[in-house]
Design a protein around this ligand. Structure first.
Ligand SMILES: N[C@@H](CCC(=O)N[C@@H](CS)C(=O)NCC(=O)O)C(=O)O
Length: 213
């Protein structure tokens, strides 16, 4: 069975959990505690010198970078397809996914926010404003392209939703105002009806803090 090294709240790990579930592939979870800094520890860097999650251990190879891993999954396990068959439609979907993966998430990942806070001495308000600025700017263009019904480019959730749902989860954690993005929010709600998304949710991961109540 493949092993997914990740962290319950990591949006890039969340992408892979959704895709593995959509493909019907079982996997073992290996938690890497980002808050405790395990991603920078010697043990983890020995298997991933990039010091980031996720990492997928296929049994014969260790793959890094969620977008590369998602491409590999699609090639290795083509059913059900997460990209459209048509090349132009596929390029459009990749453009939307990369908008999230390259223009939104990297500006807001843990390492960047920590640098703002700890090295540049920005206060919590400034860090939250930074976060909201880049997410809001990114969501504005996604909202403009979002369908009124169904999902991006398909009748069922597929690759754009694999990237979008974790980014929306993350935006909610940082209390970003999602009122200007009704179409994105509606797509997220429609995804909730799908077991593959439900099982991938951060709260349902083995490393999520348990409610002691
Ligand atoms: N481009 C990478 C992004 C990976 C990434 O930013 N991972 C975050 C969690 S979502 C991380 O490991 N952060 C730890 C850190 O910044 O120290 C991918 O798609 O896999």
């Amino acid at each position: 069975m493949v092993k997914l090294y990740g962290y319950f709240r990591s949006s890039s790990s969340y992408r892979l959990r959704i895709a593995l579930n959509l493909k019907g592939l079982a996997y073992d979870t290996v938690p890497v505690n980002l808050v405790a800094g395990e991603q920078r520890g010697e043990d983890y860097r020995a298997i991933n010198p990039q010091g980031l999650v996720p990492l997928l251990d296929t049994g014969s190879e260790r793959l890094v970078q969620s977008t590369a891993i998602l491409e590999w999954l699609e090639e290795q396990y083509p059913q059900p397809p997460l990209y459209p068959a048509d090349a132009l439609a596929r390029a459009r979907v990749r453009g939307l996914c990369q908008h999230i993966a390259c223009e939104i998430q990297p500006l807001n990942n843990l390492g960047v926010l920590r640098y703002l806070r700890n090295t540049l001495g920005e206060d919590e308000d400034a860090v939250n404003r930074w976060y909201a600025h880049w997410v809001t700017r990114g969501f504005e263009s996604l909202e403009a392209e979002a369908p009124a019904d169904g999902f991006f480019g398909a009748d069922t959730p597929a690759m754009v939703e694999v990237f979008l749902v974790p980014q929306l989860y993350n935006a909610r954690r940082f209390a970003v105002d999602l009122a200007p993005f009704p179409r994105l929010v509606a797509i997220d709600e429609r995804c909730r009806g799908h077991d593959a998304f439900g099982r991938a949710h951060p709260d349902r991961q083995p490393d999520a803090p348990r409610d002691e109540g």
